[in-house]
Unconditional design. Structure first.
Length: 133
């Protein structure tokens, strides 16, 4: 199944959060199976993203990324001078890279009957894994 690395990353995060819940055995198995399938590509994505950070973000003398506080709830890494546009292009290219993955589909009924609460927007991350969609 074709998927972008960005969607794969979101799926991995959502499945990881669901895996922390008390789930019926079949649903737990399906979630863990999908995490296993996604893990190598997720780690590839994370490593490439970190390489971009190392290349384009300013660091202090200890190699720590420099941060600018935007407000009390928001901060941003400092990008090297003149590199913002190049970084944006590289991140878009990485995010939009399409790969082929194996999945383990599961029935929507397993989620419905699991008694867990899930935010509606998180279904966008896992919709292609649900067999009844």
């Amino acid at each position: 199944m074709p998927i972008t690395l960005f969607k794969l990353s979101n799926t991995y995060h959502t499945l990881s959060e669901l895996a922390k819940e008390k789930l019926p055995i079949k649903l737990s198995y399906a979630i863990n199976k999908n995490i296993h399938f996604l893990e190598p590509d997720y780690h590839f994505y994370q490593n490439k993203m970190y390489e971009l950070y190392q290349t384009y973000f300013k660091t202090d003398e200890n190699g720590q990324f420099l941060v600018t506080e935007i407000d009390e709830n928001t901060s941003s890494y400092q990008v090297k001078e003149g590199k913002t546009e190049e970084l944006t292009k590289k991140i878009q290219e990485l995010n939009n890279t399409e790969i082929s993955i194996e999945t383990y589909p599961f029935d929507l009924d397993l989620l419905i009957n699991s008694n867990i609460q899930i935010e509606a927007n998180l279904f966008n991350d896992i919709d292609y894994l649900i067999a009844n969609n």
